[in-house]
Design a protein around this ligand. Sequence first.
Ligand SMILES: *[C@@H]1O[C@H](CO)[C@@H](O)[C@H](O)[C@H]1NC(C)=O
Length: 396
Amino acid sequence: MSKSTNGCQSCLHYVFDYETTKTLVVPSLRVGLVFRLAQLVVLLYVVGYVCVVQKAYQETDSVISTVTTKVKGFVFTNTSNMEPRFWDVVDSVIPPQGDHSFFVLTNLVETPDQTQSRCPEFPTPSTICVDDCDCIVGHNDPRGNGVQTGLCENYSTTVKTCEVHSWCPLEIDTKLPERALLAAAENFTVLIKNSITYRKFNFHRRNIRPHVNSSYLKSCEFNRKTNPDCPIFRLKHIVSEAGEDFQEMAVKGGILGILIDWSCDLDWWPGKCYPRYTFSRLDSKDPVNNVSPGYNFRFAKYYKTADGQETRTLIKAYGIRFEVIVFGTAGKFAIVPTIVNLGATLAFLSLVPAITDWFMLMFMRRRELYSRHKTSHLTEEQNAESTSMSTTYGTQ
Ligand SMILES: *[C@@H]1O[C@H](CO)[C@@H](O)[C@H](O)[C@H]1NC(C)=O
């Protein structure tokens, strides 16, 4: 053989030698155990976690929903700092429309008979004055109560403050009742109507279930154990399910979530697709740094007196805002996610022999023997021996 044919020969070997897998049977219990165990782990993962827990064979859709609420109840208040008064939901539930979020008035500071006029400011370091020179005409501080008139007036017998143009008398909002004025609002009930759609699956439901008739609806009240289908909730019950005390929360107000979970499996139990209610307080009630707790806002009712002057009653309203939050996803069998997960399963299973090989060649006592048998090369002589019509490259 010449040198040039030698070089060409190795190159031909590189291109045309055929590699084929040979099955090596290893009669070792330990290797066999590792192999079956690895297979079992993969199968458990696929069947148990991917299929049963994650339901990866399904396609999913998230819920689209609409909510209306209607509160019922009334309160009669008779306290020392206010005239006896009857309140129904028109007075104490805001807004009246019955949105997914509604506010129930529980406590208030009322400032009646305010008119557009002039009165001395509250005494603060920047408003206390000695004479008119200390007050600037037209000066307004956003944290104050009005536009200064430039006069220094008696606030009390001992203190003089700058006079302002404002709604007078000014509101004194420090006199919040310690016990909620409308404490009886705990006995109000709310009817929640919720319709949902899963558009991908053309699936519609409402939270008033088909077996609920109108006479049941007139008398029922939600209770997780005895009456889980009733869409009418007592406010006290909602607050206590959220782990709070209504009377305590009513003093300074707060925000409470009514969470409706519509997660459903539409393959197996479409009939069992019904809402699950949970309740939770949404505003933080930090007991350590409880600055500006609760929830409040102001509104006013306007009147005209007989002589045509405009007056208003200012109300600083404290209360509980209820927010109905609807969420959920539905799943249903679909071919594409199924095929994708089948492919992933096969890929995992094809890893199992590699793991077993690694175990066999690394940790077994007879790993040298296995390694020798695992790959073998036919020499050219062996190849020539067995066939009479030799067609090895380069030797004719
Ligand atoms: C709410 O109703 C219950 C039972 O009807 C009554 O005992 C309770 O005093 C009421 N709550 C308030 C604050 O009036």
